[in-house]
Ligand binder design. Structure first.
Ligand code: NAD
Length: 359
């Protein structure tokens, strides 16, 4: 019989957050603004999702005061500062963000600076809506902070809104979500509840993503993936991340590689490095994928759903590897297996060209 997730010692803190799941976020959003006791909502989107923002503003009726369609990847501080001026001009008293992690990032950055509440309507599987984490960039440098004031108070999940996610983002954003949960399973500060959510999140995405990438996906499949993404994001918001996230932050920050795609390529390699040290915690992941090891299962799964498997396809070159290694091994995050520079160099070299993961 498989062991339970019991731990002899742990700490668990739940965060206050209202989560509403199902179709019809647009029909519900005005009621949610009213429930917060607010009356002047500013809609936040990227330029690419401006039309979704315009539809949401219309749905808010008299409770919507405007639309800021300026969200960008990595939350540039100058964009946030310009948006704060818009908030002040319009006398907005809350934010309604509709989009992926970049849009949620701008909403969080505005909440931090203004103290105003947020309703987030996620349209990708990034999971930022469930975390108190904010990454921001200024002068080409990305810094990350954790602050309960940036955790959105309300999340509205609407299956209809993820259906428009471009196919490559379905796959990569899904792998990004799985990565949060996998790292949560061996986090130093994990607890039985975070592990429970992590495993269920991985199960949901492992089941849903192949259905989303082949044939004619149904609302049930989109819903199952979004449910998995919520669980995985909640894990990210609860426990510390390790080597995998460190590598992705180094590559994303140092070389501007795309966020979700980088997670998709790196995950099987980072897990292969860590797995010998935490094979007990990762055994359930291997079982989910019907594989001898979690890393092999993740690699097979990524290949099957058409995820990128080479950093070279994302724009990294062999000449970048020495600097990537320096960034990846500087200020290491806590990791279950000590970081050995030569081994990380080999890992990055394999990930560059898509060679099979190795311990
Ligand atoms: P993204 O938000 O940058 O979205 C990529 C593009 O896809 C954008 O143009 C966006 O408008 C568009 N898009 C998103 N959903 C869509 C949909 N349903 N239909 C059509 N277009 C859609 O990408 P992402 O992967 O969701 O988020 C990545 C960002 O989120 C990174 O900056 C990352 O650092 C951050 N992030 C933060 C946390 C956290 O906890 N702070 C967690 C995960 C990710």
């Amino acid at each position: 019989m498989t062991a339970s997730l019991f731990l002899p010692e742990f700490a668990y803190a739940s965060a206050p957050q209202r989560v509403v799941f199902g179709l019809g976020a647009q029909e519900r959003v005005a009621a949610e603004v009213a429930m917060l006791g607010r009356a002047r909502a500013l809609v936040v989107t990227t330029p690419e999702q401006a039309s979704a923002g315009a539809a949401l503003l219309a749905a808010l009726g008299p409770l919507g005061v405007g639309h800021c369609a300026e969200a960008r990847m990595h939350t540039p501080v100058d964009v946030t500062e310009a948006a704060v001026a818009v908030v002040q001009d319009l006398k907005a008293d809350c934010f309604v963000a509709i989009g992926g992690g970049s849009t949620t990032g701008l909403s969080k950055a505005l909440a931090l600076r203004t103290g105003l509440p947020q309703i987030v309507i996620p349209t990708s599987f990034a999971g930022s809506e469930a975390t108190p984490i904010l990454g921001q960039t200024e002068g080409g440098r990305k810094t990350t902070l954790t602050d309960p004031r940036v955790r959105p108070g309300v999340i509205l999940y609407d299956v209809a809104l993820v259906r428009t996610l471009p196919p490559h983002l379905v796959v990569c954003s899904g792998m990004n979500a799985i990565a949060h949960a996998v790292e949560g399973l061996y986090a130093r500060d994990r607890n039985p509840i975070s592990s429970l959510m992590a495993l269920e999140g991985i199960r949901a995405l492992a089941h849903a993503l192949p259905n989303l990438t082949s044939g004619a996906p149904q609302d049930h499949d989109w819903g199952e993936a979004l449910y998995g993404a919520w669980l995985c994001g909640t894990v990210l918001g609860q426990v510390g991340m390790a080597l995998h996230h460190k590598l992705c932050h180094a590559l994303g920050g140092g070389f501007n590689l795309p966020h979700a795609e980088t997670h998709a390529v790196i995950l099987p390699h980072a897990v292969a490095y860590i797995e010998p040290t935490v094979s007990d915690q990762l055994r359930p992941v291997a079982e989910v994928f019907g594989s001898a090891t979690a890393s092999a299962g993740l690699m097979d799964f990524a290949t099957r759903i058409g995820a990128p498997t080479r950093l070279s396809d994302l724009g990294l070159t062999a000449a970048d590897l020495p600097r990537a290694l320096d960034l990846a091994t500087a200020n290491p995050y806590w990791n279950p297996r000590p970081i050995v520079r030569e081994a990380i160099a080999a890992l990055l070299a394999r990930a560059l060209v898509g060679d099979p993961p190795q311990a």
